[in-house]
Design a protein. Structure first.
Length: 496
């Protein structure tokens, strides 16, 4: 497997400590890399490059970058935010050299039309909302309309949670160092970072690969798709059951089932909850519309799409009274989605049944469903998405994907990953049902639960990205289109 590590702040500090004394230092390497990235990004209009240097190590990287840029005959103006000497020796040396050679240093935000802004104001150590004068500087950067290169992380973005701490730079490109940070890829991060590039500065080796989370990309997971032998038969790829589809919501169950067919399940059975259930899916007669009891005989289960919610926490539907408890008691691999999650959130007996399951279980909540499962409010979940997903995985002893921008996957052992694929086209009805069907199909085919979850999530997002690139989204992208495109990608990825 190709693994792209994502390190926490503590893990990054440990790497930095291990690299202390290197020549050239990490700061010198980061500054040089930032200068090279700035040269590639700056508009070719003769305008100056504005470098904003803050008080910490991020500002030190900016001073080193400014010195390198000036050596390449760019006009460089440095906004020295504090006027105090940088803490790091190499940053002080770069600042002093820049000044000694006649470099332009200003203390107030200059009146310029820059070809590029280099953001070295605040780094990964931000732990509180941005205050004046930094907040005003960030707002001025955003109003310039020039390309912005963020050093390591856009100033004002929490590098761990991806939340904006009051105000944050809107970067065109973010050059991050040593390893990826979670906040660049989840919550507000994708909207603030622009294109994310990584330079490990030579500081990452194999001993760190298993030490933290990972980033899921199409390139990193495509090798997980199993190629098929010519001597295969449908029994090799399992039978998946989808339980759901209450009256008025039958389409959710059908979407999940169709997605499972496209994702390679050998057979798909649909156990519909609606009293006036269809006898056949005319669009896909390959699917078997069975009774719930018959569907339960499948190799893996997806339960919840379109199941319907009880009108209150004290009202219990047939689904909650019979079908869901039977699924929780089943020894089969199980995906719980949508209203199955809501029912569990309202029922202590169902919560106990879920936590006591021995068979693999995957939960696919969006933030509001995650909040119900944790007894919290949605903003609390979004404030630290990794913490919320980990809490669910720990409490219910299951695999979890917390859906949203930068979906986060967590295993019961607290291994985690953040997904880099997907776009706003997935913010439409039915795409969650398609994801549940894809993951369920992978379980039915024998993929290990955590691999099935991560591969399904990344494939789902990659399908949406491919459709958007072809002009079919993000606006107006439909769940059915995502399911079909996921099939195309699976076949492309399985071709060795």
């Amino acid at each position: 497997m190709s693994r792209i590590p994502v390190l926490s702040s503590e893990e990054l500090r440990a790497v930095e400590a291990r690299c202390a004394g290197w020549t050239p230092s990490l700061m010198q390497r980061a500054g040089r890399a930032s200068a090279h990235a700035a040269q590639r990004l700056a508009r070719d209009d003769g305008g100056p490059i504005l470098v904003v240097a803050g008080p910490g190590n991020n500002g030190g990287d900016a001073w080193v970058a400014a010195a390198h840029l000036r050596e390449t005959f760019h006009r460089v103006v440095v906004l020295d935010v504090t006027g105090a000497a940088p803490k790091a020796a190499e940053a002080r040396a770069a600042r002093d050299e820049f000044a000694a050679r006649g470099g332009e240093i200003v203390r107030q935000f200059p009146t310029l039309d820059p070809s590029l802004v280099v953001d070295g104001l605040l780094g990964i150590g931000l732990v509180r909302d941005v205050q004046a004068p930094f907040a005003e500087i960030i707002e001025r950067i955003n109003r310039l309309g020039a390309p912005v290169l963020a050093i390591d992380v856009p100033s004002g973005l929490d590098a761990h949670t991806g939340t904006v701490r009051g105000v944050a730079v809107n970067a065109t490109r973010t050059l991050t160092f040593i390893a990826h940070k979670l906040g660049l890829h989840t919550a507000d991060g994708p909207d603030r970072c622009g294109v994310v590039e990584l330079d490990d500065l030579g500081a990452i080796d194999e001993s760190l690969v298993e030490s933290s989370g990972q980033l899921l990309t199409a390139a990193s997971v495509r090798g997980w798709v199993k190629a098929r032998t010519r001597n295969a038969h449908k029994g090799d790829f399992g039978t998946l059951a989808v339980i759901g589809g209450h009256r008025g919501m039958v389409g959710a169950a059908l979407l999940a089932g169709r997605a499972a067919l496209y994702a390679g399940a050998g057979k798909v059975r649909i156990g519909l909850l609606a009293n006036d259930a269809l006898a056949v899916d005319a669009m896909h007669p390959e699917m078997m519309l069975a009774s719930i009891d018959d569907a339960m005989a499948a190799d893996a289960l997806v339960v919840g799409p379109g199941a319907g919610r009880s009108p209150s926490a004290t009202s219990v539907s047939m689904f909650e009274r019979q079908a869901l408890p039977a699924a929780l008691a089943s020894p089969k691999p199980l995906v719980l989605d949508a209203d199955a999650l809501n029912a569990i959130a309202f029922s202590e007996p169902l919560q106990k049944a879920l936590a006591s399951r021995r068979a693999p279980t995957i939960l696919t909540p969006h933030p509001a469903e995650a909040a119900r499962l944790l007894g919290k409010e949605t903003p609390q979940v979004q404030a630290d998405r990794l913490a919320a997903a980990t809490a669910i995985a720990t409490r219910y002893r299951c695999h979890v994907v917390l859906k949203g921008a930068g979906s986060i996957c967590v295993s019961p052992e607290s291994r985690w990953s953040v997904n880099a694929t997907g776009n706003p086209g997935l913010a439409s009805g039915g795409t969650g049902d398609v994801l549940a069907g894809i993951v369920g199909a992978l379980l039915a085919q024998g993929y290990a639960p955590y691999i099935a979850l991560q591969l399904g999530v990344c494939l789902h997002g990659a399908a949406a990205d491919a459709l958007a690139a072809a002009g079919h989204g993000p606006i107006g992208l439909t769940a059915s289109e995502v399911a079909v495109e996921a099939r195309r990608l699976m076949n492309a990825w399985s071709a060795r």
